[in-house]
Design a protein around this ligand. Sequence first.
Ligand SMILES: [Zn+2]
Length: 189
Amino acid sequence: MMRSQRIYKVAYLSLVIMTSDSLATGEAMHSVIAPPSCSNNQGEPVLFISRSGLQGRVAAGMANRDTDGTPVIYRMNYDKATPAFQRFVDFHECAHHQVGHVDQLHPPRNSFEHLMNESIADCVAILRVREEANESFDGVIEGLKTAMALVGFPKISTDSRISNVTNCYQDHGSSAEFIESVLNQSGAN
Ligand SMILES: [Zn+2]
């Protein structure tokens, strides 16, 4: 398989954070948090790598394997996101490693499977927020709303995503249990 096919890009452009106004004034620069612990479903540690792109207004994450096979998460323009949302993006990308998405063929964009994978990653991420940074829940929701609106997603898409995240936060057990159930269902365990 071509290496490029294995790239697992973030759906929903979940991670666009700031307006051009705040960029211009420099008001919304944030300090970048230390990355959380993360290892994939094979027990390999995941390396976090910061990158600045030409499109400096957009903060984003991407989970992949590097050219030498090392599991990595690229953190792009994280200083454009609040710490609460940076952490959520880290957890979301880590989840793609934890449930094995990174090593699966990327499903077609906007296919059911693709959207399912994004819902799973969001669910794991908000459970880790609950476990490791519960005080930032409201900040995560605000960050999601802002990002989705900025990218131009219709309100129904935003509502659906917030609904999934909120249901996971309220109804699910631990992130470890949820990851285990996903791995069992996918036969990756
Ligand atoms: Zn994703």
